[in-house]
Design a protein around this ligand. Structure first.
Ligand code: SAH
Length: 394
């Protein structure tokens, strides 16, 4: 089958020659025919040389590349891609583990599948398309997942209604693509979490903080801990497991706090060390002088697009300054940014500015990032979105 052809302007093939998986609309000289969003296209240079195959999309990213080789994007193609994503999670010891049965199975560009996220919750795969092309193949990919995972897969749930480009002329409805399952309890390093992929934020759980939550355990003995932006309480339970004296979980969402309370009951029944509060971060942190000596700050993405970058950096600075000013001497701060448009250096600079406001002595103990089941395609540095620092404040 010959695909519609997208011809680039002279010189615009360079980023594809370096395997960057996006074609921006400004790089396009000509399109051979009228295209529907989500269609497969062949991308060629101004000299008609083959460059890549990808999904066409309306917007600033015009093509998301699936292959730099001239091969059919058919069932075998998708099966190979999924098989290699699955193999990586096996190699990482995640698929089949009793201790941890929640992980990311497909991480977009990091797995050569731009526009697609699949998270795995103890047998239920939650499919989230960020492009129309990936939405169109959802039934086909769900079947292939079943073929590849067999009994390890109970159901596939599609949750793309909020992640598809809003201009796309389709009205997606969330629902099961295959099988059926109910909200369930998953395990992360042996701790239990109630997960509801239907009602919950994102696909149900912030899987990307797994290794960083585990690290909190090491720093928690005898500490008074504030877990700010707690969502379902993850960091709090690792702190409790690590021997924290008290743990306060705070989130602006009442639903999140409800979930946190359920999770306390699953892991540490009636444990008086834990308390949870519905509150805005900046309100709660107005006056917490010397109350905590371990503070975790894991805010939502302050910058969702480039236009919001400056304001976001200010917000990171202010938030971190509040923690630096008030943490007890000898305290530890875990601080994060999950904004894709904020680079590691920009985040560090914002935290640095926050520290300078407090005039305290601060040392970096660890530099944190997303875990291996959220791999970064080396040719797509934009995929490195989660960054964090563990800081000691004298
Ligand atoms: N640390 C969590 C994930 C945090 S996601 C984990 O390990 O699972 C970010 C959370 O911040 C969301 O739960 C959201 O409800 C909360 N949030 C957003 N704005 C907030 C604000 N201004 N104050 C407090 N919480 C906020």
């Amino acid at each position: 089958m010959t695909l519609p052809i997208v011809t680039l302007k002279p010189g615009k093939e360079q980023s594809l020659n370096r395997f960057h998986p996006w074609v921006f609309s400004g790089a396009i000289k000509h399109i051979s025919q009228e295209l529907e969003e989500g269609e497969l296209v062949t991308v060629v240079s101004n000299k008609d040389e083959f460059l890549a195959i990808g999904h066409f999309q309306i917007g600033s990213i015009a093509v998301r590349i699936l292959s730099f080789e001239e091969l059919p994007v058919d069932n075998v193609f998708w099966e190979n891609k999924l098989a290699s994503a699955i193999q990586l999670r096996r190699d990482l010891g995640l698929l089949g583990s009793e201790q941890t049965n929640v992980f990311r199975l497909v991480h977009g560009e990091g797995d050569g599948l731009p526009g697609l996220i699949i998270d795995f919750y103890n047998g239920t795969a939650v499919y989230q398309a960020h492009s129309v092309g990936m939405y169109h193949v959802r039934h086909q990919l769900a079947k292939l997942l079943k073929k590849l995972l067999g009994d390890q897969l109970i159901a596939v749930y599609d949750k793309s209604d909020k992640t598809l480009p809003y201009k796309a002329d389709i009205s997606p409805e969330n629902g099961y693509l295959l099988g059926e399952s109910a909200p369930c309890v998953v395990k992360e390093y042996g701790l239990s979490f109630q997960v509801d992929w239907i009602q919950g934020q994102k696909t149900g759980f912030f899987i990307d903080q797994r290794e960083n939550r585990k690290l909190v355990e090491q720093f928690s003995a005898e500490r008074d801990v504030l877990n700010m932006f707690c969502y379902s309480g993850g960091f709090s339970f690792f702190a409790m497991q690590g021997g924290a004296k008290t743990v306060h979980s705070v989130d602006a969402s009442a639903k999140a706090i409800e979930l946190t309370r359920q999770n306390v009951a699953l892991n540490f029944v009636d444990d008086k060390r834990h308390e949870a509060f519905v509150a805005d971060a900046f309100d709660f942190m107005r006056d917490i002088k010397d109350r905590y000596n371990l503070i975790i700050l894991d805010p939502p993405a302050f910058a969702k697009h480039r236009g919001a970058l400056r304001q976001a950096l200010q917000a990171y600075k202010r938030l971190n300054a509040k923690a630096f000013e008030q943490v007890r001497p000898g305290g530890i701060i875990f601080t994060f940014s999950c904004s894709q448009v904020v680079t590691k250096d920009q985040f560090r600079e914002a935290v640095f500015s926050g520290a300078a406001i407090s005039k305290r002595k601060v040392r970096i103990l660890h530099q944190l990032h997303q875990p291996a089941d959220h791999p970064i395609n080396i040719y797509h540095p934009e995929g490195e979105y989660l960054k964090g620092l563990v800081l000691q404040v004298d």
